[in-house]
Write a protein of this length. Structure first.
Length: 473
């Protein structure tokens, strides 16, 4: 770990009870906020020198380092009712180059007379964790003095290994990130039990978003849009109902043939707004609406079925240990208004030529396996692809194509406009995909789940088991 990351205050007796819901205690007489002015930062740094230099002797004259000058780092402070700084903590990117969602917390300090009774230090740690999670951090660590290890463990941190900092024994600890696992579980975990006995897709294609139609060269797929999204943004829902289906067809290397829609709305005006978005997308992607069903006077709902053609559909479960993982993603656009951190809109401003070029990627490349990124996000979708192939997956964080306007946590869990995961033998080249950018960013291995690999070689598990429970294709 670069520099010193030292959490200094000793845990108070009963601290875990105060923070984790044991005995009843009075409300702590302090508040925690981000240091937003020079005077507050000066008071925080003076307190650090008092503790780390004068009291503990970890430094000869000053504990300042490059992070104090890095504008990406934040300082949280605890203040008493009179506004005096009781303590503080610093957090920010672990390295001085690109922020990949790997942060460290450090320089946690509490005024000597305020280290017992109200849990100022532990409260600062909890606030730092919340701050890091909101910033999309997926790996959050600190080097901790051994006496503080129980406090951190009580707050959910895990011990990684012993380390030496400033000639003093410390422990590297990590706050587990459950963001990716929670999303995968919320969107896909129930599929296996629910679909047991149906075997959707048929042999070799179980778990795929599309299904080859027996006895033909057709591929069929169907997607429903979340009703709350239809109510909130009907035109965008209409657009997305086409987008998700053509991406499903594209993942199997199928050429789109046509759409069938089922629209429900409270009145004609609302149905018109849904169909306006659907019509625009149909024209942009060059796939006609063949028919469907419309019902008025009912709560909003929207589902679309798409048909495509290919004689050799590409499976999502064709990956094998040793295959390289590639992500092809359209990094243009921005967050959809009202869906920041959730939906990346790169398609609504693309030309029909650009859209069709991206959709033709899998058909041209013929990879061993392909899956378009959907509700489970990039990492969760990779977990589904690996599960269908009976594998585990490792994702190289630094190699991922990512838009400038998205932090790593949001990008790995959002619904992108176009993002395709493919796997194949090492060295196989990928054709151009219009405006989308491709990069090798991992590999399949024996086992199960998904791990992130960081620039220092460290692996963190973000999906520890099967995503859907549907098994190998």
């Amino acid at each position: 770990m670069p520099g010193l990351v030292d959490f200094s205050p000793q845990p108070a007796d009963g601290l875990g009870d105060v923070l984790l819901g044991g005995r009843t205690h009075p409300v702590p007489p302090f508040r925690i906020e981000e240091a937003g002015d020079t005077a507050t930062l000066t008071a925080y740094r003076a307190l650090r020198r008092q503790v780390f230099v004068q009291e503990q002797g970890l430094f000869a004259t000053d504990d300042a380092d490059w992070r104090d000058e890095d504008p990406r780092h934040r300082v949280l402070v605890a203040r008493d009712p009179q506004g005096e700084v009781l303590g503080g903590v610093r957090l920010g990117p672990a390295t001085s180059d690109e922020d990949l969602g790997w942060w460290t917390g450090g320089r946690l300090v509490v005024r000597p007379g305020d280290r017992r009774g109200y849990g100022v230090g532990a409260a600062l740690v909890r606030a730092a964790c919340a701050h890091a999670e909101n910033a999309g951090v997926l790996r959050f660590e600190a080097t901790v003095q051994p006496g503080n290890e129980p406090m951190f463990a009580g707050l959910g941190w895990q011990t990684v290994r012993p380390v030496t900092v400033a000639g003093t024994r410390h422990v590297l600890m990590r706050r587990p990130s459950e963001r990716i696992a929670r999303l995968a579980a919320a969107t896909k975990r129930e599929l296996g039990p629910l679909l047991s006995g149906l075997s959707p897709g048929g042999p070799g294609f179980i778990g795929d978003d599309g299904a080859p139609v027996p006895g033909s060269d057709l591929v069929a797929c169907c997607d429903a849009i979340v009703p709350a999204m239809v109510e909130r943004d009907p035109e965008w829902a209409g657009w997305c109902s086409v987008l998700v289906n053509v991406n499903d067809l594209a993942a199997m290397g199928a050429e789109p043939v046509g759409l069938l829609d089922a629209v429900a709305a409270r009145d004609r005006s609302f149905a018109t707004r849904i169909l306006t978005g659907l019509r625009r997308a149909s024209q942009a992607y060059g796939i006609p609406v063949l028919g469907g069903h419309t019902q008025l006077g009912v709560p909003a709902a929207l589902s679309v079925t798409a048909l495509g053609r290919t004689t050799t559909p590409v499976p999502g479960g064709g990956g094998r240990p040793g295959h390289r993982v590639r992500l092809t993603a359209d990094l243009g656009g921005s967050w959809r208004p009202g869906y920041a951190g959730l939906q990346w809109d790169s398609t609504s401003t693309r030309s029909p030529t650009e859209l069709r070029a991206m959709l033709g990627l899998v058909a041209a490349a013929r990879p061993a396996a392909a899956k378009d990124v959907s509700m489970a996000g990039i990492a969760g979708t990779l977990g589904m692809l690996a599960e269908a192939g009976g594998c585990a997956a490792v994702l190289d964080v630094a190699a991922l194509p990512r838009p400038e306007g998205a932090n790593m946590g949001d990008w790995l869990t959002c619904f992108p406009g176009f993002a395709m995961l493919t796997t194949d033998r090492p060295g196989k080249a990928m054709p151009a995909a219009g405006p989308a950018l491709s990069a090798e960013c991992g590999e399949l291995q024996p086992g199960a789940g998904v791990s992130l690999r960081w620039p220092d070689g460290e692996l963190t598990n973000v999906v520890t088991a099967a995503v859907t429970g549907m098994g190998r294709a």
